[in-house]
Design a protein around this ligand. Structure first.
Ligand SMILES: [Zn+2]
Length: 90
């Protein structure tokens, strides 16, 4: 059984549609579950015209406290992109 894959399929596709889980960490002492997310698609799209003619400007990181489950706090480590859109859309 592949726990990460199951988690990905049944949980992330529901709540974090545009991201995939690339790592996770359980901290028993702090009662924290750390989830490391990055964009799911390798080829980013323009959110307006859906064209792939966009350039990644930079990658940014954000740490977000999410909900808790069974006394464990979920903490999301999100890598996301900012894009330069084609002139016609931006
Ligand atoms: Zn566009």
């Amino acid at each position: 059984m592949n726990i990460v894959a199951d988690f990905h399929n049944f949980f992330f596709n529901l709540f974090y549609t545009n991201f995939k889980l690339f790592n996770y960490q359980f901290d028993e002492d702090k009662k924290e579950i750390h989830l490391f997310l990055e964009p799911k698609d390798n080829y980013p799209q323009c959110p307006i015209c859906k064209n792939h003619n966009v350039v990644v400007h930079e990658y940014r990181h954000r740490i977000v406290k999410d909900g808790s489950y069974n006394g464990f706090q979920f903490i999301l480590h999100i890598t996301y992109r900012t894009l330069v859109l084609p002139r016609i859309c931006g």
